[in-house]
Design a binder for this molecule. Structure first.
Ligand code: ARG
Length: 564
């Protein structure tokens, strides 16, 4: 229910339509605290039109307005403050939540339009970095939010499984590698070979020539090259999948860069046909002067394709396969310039979805102050961070609730949830430093805090022996303690829309923190289980909180255990 609309209409009527309902709607504010009112109209917005002092206008409005549907309407200086009818309001919102269940807040704005989401996209033979983790969890949450808004997301893991680095890797493996080691601990050893290559190639430039040769062989389908490449790819994906399993993230497609190898010639042909290609120092480029961008390098002087060549083929393929309403790239902000170039080239080519191509950037992440880099060898493996987090969660559960039956499972959900939530509560673009212990606190702005609040709601319901609620009963609450919680529940559908519009999971995460906080305050200040006539309504509110917290966490990709 949109109470802002109700207030706007009432004001519009009281001022004889001097300004439109929409105009009024856009000016309605929310007072800082519920004690001052639930919604406020600033009367100075009318001072010019009515040529009167705002204070007087506020008094006039209060005088004329129909007050029946409100608890009270008062003028405070230049403001008209509205107090909503708590009983009506709580009854409406609780009924909506209980009737819709986990579907509460859903809308059909997306009209089933496809949205391709390029996400995670780690590179073969390298560990998943924290940057890839951010892309994975942000992309996953954006997909959930899009679905809730009626879109149809397609999650594509655009693996970095092609490029000159495979020439280097093959060279390094054939020189220093051995099969047993790679089988034992694939990513670790493959990285070692790669790092060694980079240490030695400065003094031994012939290494680069050999590597270039191997990549050429790979592009030409040489049997040995292909065999090694396939093997590196397989063992890498196996390692990545372990992490995705832990995070509970699934993809619709794993079309890595190599998938587009046979689609590259067409790209060149189209670019050629449109007269967009030119030569520069032997290389083939697309000039982007008109966009105020550096030229895009399409083919190296030896004819080898590049990252962007494969991305052009990818966008073309997505266009034809999905006709996407949006084509999103959840990739770190260090590639912002690159995506501008990509979009510009696609526009020049006339790819229809180029207009709806959006780079969804995010900031850097460090763990305990340490940056991640594969080449320097200072690697923090994501897997280790996840395991550490689960360990800390285990200890906490052992301290707080040693008799919990499914401790292992809950520790997993809390440990992983802490990291995912710790990432998503920040606006994407911010740089974040993770101090693991902080993310795992049961109090403060953490995932475990929201999970704990949900488990508390469930535990109250267990204590009351009440699990089934029907939408037909009456759930009127008019106490001040529950009021903020009811209002927050009513905000949820708007939060869903806002998160989608901004492609910003932090909108949902921050909301869940507010709801958890207000619910815990309610829990502390009111006797929920007291045996009086409002018991059923209070329990229904608790159930509604549980449903909305769980659904918020689900949208973020975080589990909500019933007890912890
Ligand atoms: N593999 C790349 C990296 O790790 C990210 C790929 C992003 N997606 C894309 N279509 N370019 O930096």
């Amino acid at each position: 229910m949109d109470y802002k609309q109700q207030v706007s209409q009432a004001v519009n009527k009281a001022i004889d339509n001097e300004i439109s309902v929409e105009d009024i709607y856009s000016k309605i504010e929310r007072p800082k605290t519920s004690e001052m009112g639930d919604l406020a109209f600033p009367a100075f917005a009318l001072a010019k039109v009515l040529r009167k002092a705002p204070q007087q206008i506020a008094l006039d409005i209060v005088d004329k307005i129909e007050k029946d549907s409100f608890e009270k309407v008062v003028a405070v200086g230049p403001y008209v403050n509205f107090f909503l009818d708590k009983s009506l309001f709580s009854n409406n919102v609780i009924k909506s939540v209980l009737t819709d269940g986990s579907n509460y807040g859903a809308n059909n704005d997306g009209k089933a339009g496809n949205v391709t989401i390029d996400m995670s996209s780690p590179n073969i033979a390298k560990p998943i970095s924290m940057g890839h983790l951010r892309s994975t969890v942000i992309g996953n949450s954006i997909a959930n939010i899009l679905t809730k808004n009626g879109y149809h997301p397609i999650k594509d893991n655009h693996l970095g499984d092609w490029g000159t680095q495979f020439g280097k890797l093959i060279t390094a493996y054939l020189k220093w590698g051995n099969e047993e080691d790679v089988k034992k601990d694939p990513i670790n050893y493959l990285v070692k070979y790669y790092v060694k290559f980079h240490k030695l190639d400065k003094e031994n430039p012939e290494l680069d020539d050999i590597a270039r040769d191997w990549f050429k062989k790979l592009e030409n389908g040489n049997e040995e090259a292909i065999k090694l490449w396939k093997w590196f790819r397989e063992v890498s994906i196996e390692a990545f999948d372990k992490i995705y399993d832990k995070l509970g993230v699934k993809f619709d497609t794993y079309n890595g860069e190599a998938f587009y190898n046979d689609k590259m010639q067409e790209v060149i042909d189209i670019l050629n046909g449109k007269g967009l290609l030119s030569k520069s120092q032997g290389a083939t480029i697309v000039d982007l002067d008109k966009y105020d961008l550096n030229p895009a390098l399409i083919l190296k002087s030896d004819g080898a394709s590049l990252y962007i060549t494969r991305d052009i083929a990818t966008a073309l393929y997505r266009d034809r396969t999905y006709n996407p309403a949006m084509n999103l790239y959840v990739v770190g902000s260090e590639q912002t310039y690159y995506f501008k170039q990509l979009k510009a080239v696609l526009k020049e080519m006339g790819v229809p979805s180029a207009e709806h191509l959006y780079h969804v950037p995010f900031g850097l992440i460090t763990v305990n102050g340490k940056k991640l880099s594969t080449r320097s060898g200072r690697i923090i493996l994501l897997d280790e961070v996840l395991n550490d987090s689960i360990e800390i969660a285990k200890k906490q559960i052992e301290e707080k609730n040693p008799s919990l039956p499914n401790k292992e499972e809950v520790a997993n959900e809390v440990g992983v949830g802490a990291i995912v939530f710790g990432d998503l509560k920040n606006e994407k673009i911010n740089n974040i430093d993770f101090v693991l212990e902080d993310q795992l606190r049961f109090e403060g702005e953490t995932g475990p805090y929201v999970q704990y609040s949900h488990a508390r709601a469930e535990s109250i319901l267990r204590k009351a022996g009440k699990t089934d609620f029907s939408g037909d009963e009456s759930y009127k609450l008019n106490d001040v303690e529950s009021w903020d919680t009811s209002k927050l529940l009513n905000d949820f559908p708007n939060i869903i829309k806002m998160a989608c519009k901004e492609l910003e999971p932090s909108v949902v995460a921050k909301y869940s923190l507010r709801l958890a906080k207000s619910f815990n305050k309610y829990y502390a200040h009111s006797k929920i289980l007291a045996d009086d006539s409002e018991l059923n309504a209070r329990l229904a509110l608790v159930k509604s909180v549980s449903i909305v917290l769980k659904e918020s966490l689900r949208l973020l990709g975080v589990k909500a255990p019933d007890a912890m």
